[in-house]
Design a protein around this ligand. Structure first.
Ligand code: HEM
Length: 396
């Protein structure tokens, strides 16, 4: 992976900046922040930098490495150009989200939603990447990781349609909060479940033997791809969801859970995922499946509620995704820092459980938000060490 090592370093740097931004959000819940810093904008800056620069480039590098060898300098350079541009735009969006969120800003005589425009450009780099990937993929043999990566990229493109939809919708005369929210959550659901989860599974299958697969490989991606497009109703306010939408969402969760269970079964059976980091990942995937199964039962749990939503996203994106990244991108180095990192992500998740609204108050420590704030800075500390160690990556 030495030919993409700078991409990894920039992605990890983004994680550190976005992580500190998350800490500032928690700090601001207890202590005063400057007047120009608003909670919604801090959250936008944090989540967009994480999505644009921490989630996408490392998954895409892994996809590229299945198709392009290090010695093919011109191809490597083409992919690098695309990924550097993506990272540059992701960094560029950060100050605009932090200062203005999605609001328009005066630039000379113009009044423009700069953060939204830069986000649009980021999505164009996704298409650029998909085009480069497609050109190499045509000539490559089918493997299970590549099949999963194909599906992940398709989901990324489909998800982006939801995001464009939100932008176009703002310029229409239709006044429907349901349609606007539905498109936003369609984007988020297909991005997180369709692209991120399938991309991560593709990475995991690079470490497992698909030869022992006892089902048709379609079971490993088709239910997730279609399911991801069906579950957005669960992220809406419960009062907005019609019975038909509820059934659609339920079928989506069932499809995703079935497919993930098959993956999990094979991962556990393969015995290839040993060590504290992989065991944490496997356990958190099981937690994610349980969460989605629990959500489909008519109980007093609604996944779209803020506390549960934030918890679920961080189990997936901090617990599962980030731990997989540090394991696969820093093979054989930084053993202690990686264990410390994994431990701190579990601490963040534990504090999010306590403020999820579903934790018994009698088991909650006093001054819980102090603990939440302190835990939120912890993953940044080992990341600084891992960033330093990343300069030692030479060969995969
Ligand atoms: C250092 C680790 C992290 C910390 C301290 C952190 C902190 C936070 C905080 C404080 C919020 C706002 C919570 C609220 O609105 O009540 C948030 C939201 C969010 N975070 Fe993180 N986060 C971390 C890691 C991540 C990662 C790795 C990702 C994605 C790759 C991520 C994606 C998001 C998203 C998408 C939201 C918006 C949730 C929503 O409002 O729907 N975070 N995070």
């Amino acid at each position: 992976m030495s030919h993409f090592k700078h991409i990894w370093k920039l992605a990890l740097l983004s994680f550190i900046i976005a992580g500190i931004t998350g800490f500032i959000y928690r700090y601001g819940m207890l202590y005063p922040l400057p007047d120009w810093l608003h909670f919604a904008n801090i959250r936008h800056a944090h989540s967009h930098l994480m999505f644009f620069n921490w989630v996408c480039p490392p998954i895409m590098v892994w996809m590229t490495m299945q198709l392009v060898s290090k010695s093919d300098v011109s191809k490597v350079r083409r992919f690098n150009w695309c990924l550097y541009t993506m990272l540059f735009l992701g960094f560029l969006s950060y100050p605009f989200f932090l200062l203005y969120g999605y609001r328009s800003v005066h630039i000379g005589p113009a009044f423009l939603p700069l953060a939204a425009i830069i986000s649009g450009l980021v999505m164009i780099t996704w298409y650029w990447f998909a085009w480069l990937y497609y050109r190499e993929r045509k000539n490559a043999e089918n493997t299970l990781p590549l099949t999963l990566f194909d599906s992940a990229l398709l989901a990324l493109i489909i998800s982006s349609l939801g995001a464009w939809g939100v932008s176009v919708f703002q310029f229409t005369n239709i006044d429907s909060p349901l349609i606007a929210a539905a498109m936003t959550h369609f984007f988020l659901a297909v991005f997180t479940e369709g692209f991120t989860v399938t991309g991560l599974l593709g990475i995991m299958w690079c470490f497992s033997d698909p030869g022992k697969l006892s089902v048709k490989s379609g079971w490993l991606w088709i239910p997730i791809l279609f399911g991801s497009m069906m579950i957005f109703p669960f992220s809406l306010a419960q009062s907005l969801v019609s019975p038909a939408m509820l059934i659609t969402g339920t079928i989506g969760f069932i499809l995703i859970s079935v497919s993930l269970l098959i993956h999990l079964f094979h991962f556990i059976k393969s015995g290839g995922f040993s060590g504290f980091l992989w065991k944490t990942v496997i356990t958190l995937i099981a937690v994610k499946i349980l969460f989605q199964i629990a959500a489909i039962f008519p109980a007093d749990i609604w996944p779209g509620e803020h506390g549960l939503r934030v918890l679920y996203l961080h189990v997936l994106l901090l617990g599962i995704l980030s731990v997989i990244f540090i394991e696969v991108y820093l093979p054989g180095i930084g053993h202690f820092a990686k264990i410390f990192f994994t431990f701190t992500t579990l601490m963040v998740i534990a504090t999010l459980v306590m403020i999820s609204g579903y934790w018994p108050p009698s088991f909650t420590p006093g001054n819980i938000y102090i603990w939440v704030m302190l835990a939120s800075i912890l993953p940044v500390l080992p990341s600084l060490r891992l960033f330093q160690l990343s300069f030692r990556i030479h060969e995969k």
